[in-house]
Design a protein around this ligand. Structure first.
Ligand SMILES: [Zn+2]
Length: 268
């Protein structure tokens, strides 16, 4: 029974994210923000290695942990007797806030930055940048996400919904396209738009250390890290500490956490 639920969870998540990827690719083709040469091979290669590693470790861990916690009545939401919709809503907000804090920690702590810099090392800003994560970063994030699910007591349906919303937002905000010029500032009040996240990928430490949110922009507003940016700006993206003309390819990206000290010598 649980196995069927896990398969449905994996399928729903996979189909939802594939549909979002196709949508963003179409938007990029229709109205691109900038002319660029995406690092298809490196980005898709990193995604493939990361997906293999995560499937090997535990592909449906979020669902399994949430189902186990629900069965045993564990977590804050279970203890306060929250109804199913409240639990799902608070779960979505809570997991998005934890993701903001975790992303911020990835920029602040040199050990975490060693892995997260691989995501920023893409010289172009393209939907596949949203798939470009070092497997080490994915492994380090797993206990944080699972711990948050357990502590909050997010129901399994809430975890699935969050992973869908989070995954779609992640692909959308890495898109080489823009929301309509007048709509973008309004949207930024609520969510992270491609223009906001493009600033997060700037090849400048001051901008790169802003806009850490993935779904909602409220966490950056509360944390004092929101940096407004508009759709008309052309942003030079990539790693500030990378001095070579070519961005690291697949093998160099996999080795980057161990070959680069993390480039923490930032001008303040
Ligand atoms: Zn980042």
């Amino acid at each position: 029974m649980l196995e069927t639920a896990e398969t449905t969870y994996q399928l729903t998540r996979g189909v939802g994210l594939a549909a979002a990827l196709v949508l963003v690719l179409m938007l990029e083709r229709w109205k691109p923000h900038a002319r660029l040469r995406p690092a298809w091979g490196t980005n898709l290669g990193l995604w493939f290695v990361g997906a293999l590693v995560m499937a090997g470790v535990c592909g449906a861990c979020g669902w399994v942990v949430a189902a186990w916690a629900a069965e045993h009545g564990l977590g804050l939401l279970a203890w306060i007797g929250a109804g199913p919709w409240t639990a799902i809503g608070v779960g979505l907000l809570g997991l998005d806030a934890v993701s903001y804090l975790w992303h911020r920690a990835n920029h602040q702590l040199p050990f975490l930055w060693r892995f997260h810099q691989v995501h920023h090392a893409d010289a172009s800003f393209h939907v596949t940048t949203g798939l470009r994560f070092h497997p080490g970063e994915l492994l380090l994030a797993l206990p944080v996400r699972l711990g948050a699910v357990l502590l909050l007591g997010v129901p399994p349906e809430g975890v699935l919904l969050f992973e869908l919303v989070f995954g779609v937002a992640n692909l959308l905000e890495h898109g080489n396209f823009d929301f309509p010029r007048r709509l973008d500032p309004l949207a930024q009040r609520l969510i992270i738009t491609p223009a906001l996240h493009r600033a997060h990928h700037a090849s400048d430490w001051r901008e790169l250390d802003t806009n850490f949110g993935t779904v909602l922009s409220i966490w950056d507003r509360l944390g004092g890290t929101l940096h407004a940016s508009d759709t008309g700006r052309s942003v030079v993206t990539g790693l500030p500490s990378w001095s070579r003309p070519e961005a690291p390819a697949l093998a160099a990206s996999l080795l980057l956490p161990f070959t680069s000290g993390g480039g923490r010598a930032r001008p303040r």
